[in-house]
Design a protein around this ligand. Structure first.
Ligand SMILES: *Cc1c(COP(=O)(O)O)cnc(C)c1O
Length: 377
């Protein structure tokens, strides 16, 4: 059956998964070869992103994100930085959303100027800020929505309008939403990036990064990627293909659990404030409802008491960096992603000592509530 006739839940299981064509097994075998016969039209080589395990992930991700093609990297940062640099050259200018994932933020601040690339960081709550930052040499706009850790929402159709007026390339980090909850290409965004280490892997046991786009942009990015050399290995690709088959059941369950917990936390006596785009009181709830199919598994909240003690008293929910696993985890942005900021910078970003970021897993919500309730009291 043709992909365009199938629902995403079905595509997550079947798209790109060839199975074992030689022996009739149901799953794609691992192809670890680094030496292939050169007497064919395309020379296969892992660093060219074109071996069978790469193709399986690429086809599945392209189908899920409604793009034409994809590449699988060794990490989210490899996918992000390679894609960005493939679009830029010395003398160019790029506009970034202010609240970026810490690693991306650090890379922009420390790398771009060295390559002669200028940039501006803007508050993405108001899309006009992107427009105001555009210069004659601006080449791309880069956003991340929902953002880390305050789950701010950037209005994607408004951003696409601005980009089209000025003929700019748009890139989005879609990690927090996953392809289940947000398909930016359908909204007109050019290039979609994922840290596959999070929801796509989904079991806190692998690292990868994925870029999805048109054939034209993917070929451009692939040319740079061949130089930078950040491909994922065959075993990782194989595991990612397997993980993607359960992406919908995992993320839909995480959406449900997160909404239950966000609503429950909102009325908890020991909680000062909850950040979740699925709540009516979230400042961009209406925008999120329009551009997302679900609100995701990330919930942040300020506690009234001592955040350290709350974390220490949790039994089921484990303190950990990273996110998107089947198990619920929690962390304190002041001690993790925003550790390197000065107190003044943290205050400006709205990150308090009492902020907790919860990555909701697929457990039964009642058990998570009981664990949180015990710790908060
Ligand atoms: C984790 C993360 C990244 C970086 O991905 P790695 O796989 O750690 O390289 C980028 N963006 C977001 C939103 C992330 O959460």
């Amino acid at each position: 059956m043709k992909n365009h006739l199938l629902h995403p839940q079905t595509l997550s299981v079947h798209a790109g998964s060839t199975g074992d064509t030689r022996f009739g097994g149901t799953v794609t075998p691992v192809y670890p070869a680094s030496a292939y016969d050169y007497r064919s039209d395309i020379i296969l080589y892992p660093r060219y992103f074109n071996t069978p395990n790469h193709r399986a992930v690429a086809e599945k991700m392209a189908a899920l994100e409604k793009g034409e093609d994809a590449l699988t990297f060794s990490s989210g940062m490899a996918a992000i930085f390679t894609s960005m640099m493939a679009m830029l050259r010395a003398g160019d200018h790029a506009v970034f959303q202010q609240d970026l994932y810490g690693g991306t933020h650090h890379a922009v601040l420390n790398e771009l100027n060295r390559y002669g690339i200028a940039y501006t960081l803007v508050n993405a709550a108001h899309p006009e800020n992107f427009k105001k930052a555009i210069r004659k040499n601006t080449r791309l706009l880069y956003v991340e929505t929902p953002s880390n850790p305050l789950l701010k929402i950037t209005n994607l159709p408004a951003l696409v309008n601005i980009a089209r007026q000025h003929k700019l390339v748009t890139l989005i980090d879609n990690t927090f939403a996953s392809p289940v909850n947000q398909n930016p290409i359908e909204l007109g965004i050019d290039i979609v990036l994922h840290s596959g280490t999070k929801y796509i892997g989904g079991h806190s046991d692998l690292m990868c990064g994925i870029v999805v786009s048109s054939k034209k942009y993917i070929e451009l990015i692939r040319q740079s990627a061949i130089h930078f050399g950040g491909h994922a290995d065959a075993y990782t690709c194989w595991l990612v293909e397997r993980s993607l088959k359960t992406l919908f059941v995992r993320v839909q369950r995480q959406n449900e659990n997160a909404l239950i917990l966000a609503e429950w936390l909102s009325s908890h006596k020991k909680v000062a404030r909850v950040y979740y785009p699925g709540l009516k009181e979230h400042e961009a709830h209406e925008i999120a409802k329009k551009q997302m199919q679900g609100f995701g598994g990330m919930v942040s909240f300020d506690v009234k008491g001592d955040a350290d003690r709350v974390v220490d008293r949790l039994e089921l929910i484990k303190p950990a960096v990273s996110l998107g696993g089947v198990e619920s985890t929690i962390n304190q942005p002041v001690k993790t992603s925003h550790r390197r900021l000065t107190p003044a910078e943290r205050k400006a970003a709205g990150i308090t000592n009492k902020l907790l970021r919860l990555s909701v897993g697929i457990e039964q919500a009642d058990d998570l509530m009981r664990d949180l309730d015990n710790a908060l009291r």
